[in-house]
Design a protein around this ligand. Structure first.
Ligand SMILES: [Zn+2]
Length: 272
C-alpha cells in the first residue's frame, strides 16, 4: 500500500478533509490537515506515516478491515466510509478511507509524537531491515513468557506481523504458536526469524492478502491468499506432512497449526 500511495500522494497539498465518522481519538487532529503538503509516504510495521508541512504527520492504520482507495467505495461499502481527503493537482484527486469494523485509525499528530499510539511508540525492528536479527529476536523473546504467537502480534519483538503472517511464519519455522517465547531454543528463533522475513517479503511482493475486505489502493486484490499454507486451513492436510491441521485460540485470535510439524511446547535450555 505504501508503494502505491507514495508516487500518488508525495508533493500533493490537502485542500479539504471530511470526517464522516464520529470525532474521537482514532481521528484526532484531522482539522489540522487542510492546507498541508504531503511530503512523503513512509511506513513502520502496519502504520503508514506521512510527514506533512508544518512539522505534522498523518498516521494511518487499517486495523483489520480498513481500506485506503483512490476511488469512491461502491454503494454497499459507502456506509463504511470514514474520511474523505481532497487533494490539489490532477486525478485521482480524492483519497477515501473506509473501515467497516472500526479498528482503523487516521489521525494527525506532531511529527514523531506518539503518546496516543502506544503500539507505534513501542514497535520492534522492521522485519525486512538489517536490525531484525536472530540474536535480537532471541533477546526479545527471552524477556517474555507470552505464547510466541501473542508476543509476535504485540508488535514488540518485530513490527508488522499480524494474525495471518504469524500463523504462516510459525508453521514454516515448525514452532507451536502457544510456546512461551522465552522457551524457544536458538534454532527455533533462527528459523522463526528467517520465516518471518520470507513470509512478509513474499506477501509484500503479492500486494498483501485479500480474504474479504482488503483491497489495494486502486481496488485490486492482494494475491498472497493463494500462497497461504497454514492460516485458515484447519481441518485440511498439512502441505508439508499431511497431518490434519488444527484450530485453536491463542491471544484471543483464531490460530491454525500442524500438530506434527509444530509439536507442543517443551522447555529447552537456552544456549545449550
Ligand atoms: Zn505438518
Amino acid at each position: 500500500m505504501r508503494r502505491e500511495l507514495a508516487p500518488w500522494l508525495t508533493g500533493r497539498e490537502v485542500r479539504s478533509v471530511d470526517l464522516l465518522a464520529p470525532a474521537g481519538p482514532k481521528y484526532a487532529g484531522l482539522e489540522r490537515l487542510a492546507g498541508r503538503l504531503i511530503e512523503g509516504v513512509g511506513r513502520r510495521g502496519k502504520f503508514l506515516l506521512m510527514p506533512l508541512s508544518g512539522g505534522l504527520e498523518l498516521v494511518a492504520h487499517l486495523g483489520m478491515t480498513g481500506v485506503i482507495a483512490d476511488h469512491a467505495p461502491d454503494a454497499r461499502a459507502s456506509t463504511h466510509l470514514r474520511v474523505r481527503v481532497e487533494l490539489s493537482g490532477g486525478d485521482p484527486g480524492t483519497l477515501f478511507f473506509s473501515d467497516p469494523r472500526r479498528f482503523g485509525r487516521f489521525l494527525v499528530v506532531d511529527a514523531g509524537h506518539y503518546p496516543t499510539l502506544p503500539t507505534l511508540a513501542a514497535l520492534g525492528p522492521e522485519p525486512l531491515g538489517d536490525d531484525f536479527t536472530p540474536a535480537g529476536l532471541a533477546a526479545a523473546c527471552a524477556r517474555s513468557t507470552m505464547p510466541v504467537k501473542a508476543y509476535l502480534l504485540s508488535q514488540r519483538p518485530v513490527a508488522g506481523v499480524g494474525n495471518i503472517y504469524a500463523d504462516e511464519a510459525l508453521w514454516r519455522a515448525g514452532v507451536h504458536p502457544r510456546t512461551p517465547a522465552a522457551w524457544l531454543g536458538e534454532d527455533q528463533v533462527a528459523a522463526l526469524c528467517a520465516a518471518i522475513r520470507e513470509v512478509l517479503a513474499a506477501a509484500v511482493a503479492a500486494q498483501g492478502t485479500t480474504l474479504s475486505d482488503y483491497r489495494t489502493v486502486r481496488g485490486g486484490t492482494g494475491e498472497y491468499a493463494r500462497q497461504l499454507q497454514a492460516y485458515g486451513r484447519a481441518g485440511e492436510a498439512c502441505p508439508r506432512c499431511g497431518t490434519e491441521m488444527e484450530r485453536s485460540i491463542v491471544g484471543q485470535r483464531g490460530t491454525t497449526h500442524c500438530p506434527t510439524c509444530q509439536p507442543a511446547p517443551r522447555k529447552t535450555r537456552r544456549g545449550a
